[in-house]
Write a protein that binds this ligand. Structure first.
Ligand SMILES: Cc1cc2nc3c(=O)[nH]c(=O)nc-3n(C[C@H](O)[C@H](O)[C@H](O)COP(=O)(O)OP(=O)(O)OC[C@H]3O[C@@H](n4cnc5c(N)ncnc54)[C@H](O)[C@@H]3O)c2cc1C
Length: 463
């Protein structure tokens, strides 16, 4: 008989997907033994030295407090909760769209029980029309702005509830799962440990994507993906987009680039926010935050502007492609991220410290002034400049000389494994969900995915 500690479900990853899965399992079946293994720290101990003010530049901590730890990548996010199936992931491609929406609302209800706000921004057809008049396509959806600070407290309460119902091991890095006997191998405090589960669920997020992909390859699980989004974080005075943000909070606008026909999208809008760095396994990229508390707000808004690239055969490593571009940006900025004024970029000039100071937009991130054209492919950069100029027609001021572009921002989507009801084909009783498995790319769909997988497990247990 095995001496390993045995669980009904072992969930790898304490992000919103894993947490919601554990929540539903323990809510419906309190008798089940559920374990969450999380490689990062407890939420209270996740302290990014930039956010605490200890340093101004990313010092590449061994575990990135922004990406890893209880509550996952969403812990310090701006907390935009999308109540729509139009964007935020691919769940509607693998299951009924109405069901997905129902689960998004169920997850929202759980978050509200733990203190999340009730107010919702509704879509606005007038603004959509304005965009269409300039050949820009605005995605419509209801959205809640939870706020980085308020979202953090909601997640703390949710984790507190879970701590009474399930076991949670933090700083436990899962290195392997034995497909046959469902043993989960992880390291904690430098020593290797093992547990076993009736069911094992990969909920590893983007940070765990490399490990999951390798595991799939080693275990003969087929995966599919060839898309990657590469671009910049745009920062400008908040007044420029106020007529949009005051009505819908987040403009999500798509432009089809004239020359290449690529999809360039504006999203992840942070009103009066801050640009931040993200450390993905040693490569620094950029992202954005915004707080609800007035004293924490800046004078700028920021948003992602990313160009989607879909590769065709024979190339099948889009994540590596994005990482290489981001790594090049790190290299030419002396190990950090770049910032450039749009006007300088268009004139073929490097932004220098002096030129940055001469600009009217004060950067919220202490990035290295430089030249994005030295590290970003022409195709993506052309698409970004063209889209900024087009966005300027619906929000004049977007393409001002001093608009700041930080690089590189990339969103890579994990390759999606072959599954049946989220159970991996060829790996019985092993499931995958959320961003790390390429099903989602938002808090709401990842949360919904956690609940969906839990319900599938519970239904199967009843049969
Ligand atoms: C800065 C930032 C801002 C964002 N803002 C928004 C927003 O406003 N709205 C929105 O909808 N989305 C936002 N997102 C995206 C959103 O956070 C993700 O879509 C969501 O968190 C995905 O949930 P998940 O549970 O799938 O993965 P994650 O939240 O990434 O959680 C996965 C967890 O698994 C852990 N893990 C990984 N590998 C292992 C391993 N080997 N062993 C043990 N544990 C492991 C990780 O440490 C992590 O905690 C933002 C993301 C970032 C980084």
């Amino acid at each position: 008989m095995s001496l390993l500690k045995h669980y009904d479900a072992v969930i790898i990853g304490g992000g919103i997907g894993g947490l919601m899965c554990a929540y539903r399992l323990s809510e419906k079946r309190p008798d089940l033994k559920v374990l969450i293994l999380e490689r990062g720290k407890d939420l209270e101990n996740r302290k990014c030295p930039i956010l605490t003010g200890a340093v101004t530049k990313c010092v590449k901590c061994k575990t990135c407090a922004i990406m890893e730890g209880m509550a996952g990548a969403g812990a310090f996010s701006d907390g935009k909760y999308n109540i729509t199936t139009e964007y935020g992931g691919w769940l509607p491609r693998v299951m009924n769209e109405k069901k997905v929406m129902d689960y998004i609302l169920q997850a929202d209800a759980i978050l509200m029980e733990h203190g999340a706000q009730k107010e919702v921004y509704e879509p606005d057809n007038e603004l959509k029309t304005l965009c269409l008049q300039h050949d820009l396509h605005m995605q419509q959806g209801r959205v809640k702005h939870l706020g980085t600070d308020a979202n953090y407290h909601t997640m703390l309460r949710l984790i507190d509830t879970l701590k009474q119902r399930v076991e949670i091991e933090t700083e436990a890095i899962v290195t392997d799962v034995d497909k046959k006997n469902l043993e989960v191998i992880y390291t904690k405090n430098g020593s290797e440990q093992r547990v076993s589960g009736e069911k094992v669920i990969f909920a590893v997020g983007r940070i765990g994507n490399r490990m999951f992909e390798k595991w799939c390859d080693d275990n003969g699980i087929r995966r599919h993906n060839n898309q990657v989004d590469i671009g910049v974080r745009v920062e400008l005075p908040y007044e420029v987009w106020k007529h949009f943000s005051s009505r819908i909070y987040e403009p999500k606008i798509i432009n089809r680039s004239a020359h290449y026909g690529d999809r360039v999208r504006m999203f992840c809008f942070n009103e009066r926010g801050h640009v931040v760095t993200e450390n993905s396994d040693g490569v620094l990229t950029v992202n954005g935050h915004s707080y609800k508390e007035e004293e924490k707000k800046s004078k700028n808004s920021n948003f992602a502007l990313l160009c989607s690239t879909n590769f065709t055969e024979p190339f099948d490593a889009p994540v590596e492609y994005a990482r290489d571009i981001a790594a090049l940006a790190n290299k030419i900025s002396g190990g950090y991220v770049l910032v450039q004024r749009l006007g300088d970029l268009m004139l073929g000039k490097r932004t220098t410290e002096h030129r940055l100071l001469a600009g009217t937009v004060r950067p919220t991130l202490d990035a290295v002034p430089g030249d994005l054209s030295l590290c970003m492919p022409k195709r993506q950069l052309d698409g970004i400049v063209e889209t900024l100029q087009r966005l300027d027609s619906v929000a004049p001021g977007t393409a001002n000389y001093d608009t700041l572009l930080y690089g590189v921002e990339c969103k890579y989507y994990s390759a999606r494994p072959d599954v049946t009801d989220f159970e991996l084909n060829d790996a019985k009783n092993i499931y995958a969900l959320g961003d790390g498995a390429g099903f989602t790319r938002s808090l709401s769909q990842a949360a919904a995915n956690g609940l969906i997988v839990a319900d599938i497990l519970l239904n199967r247990a009843e049969q």
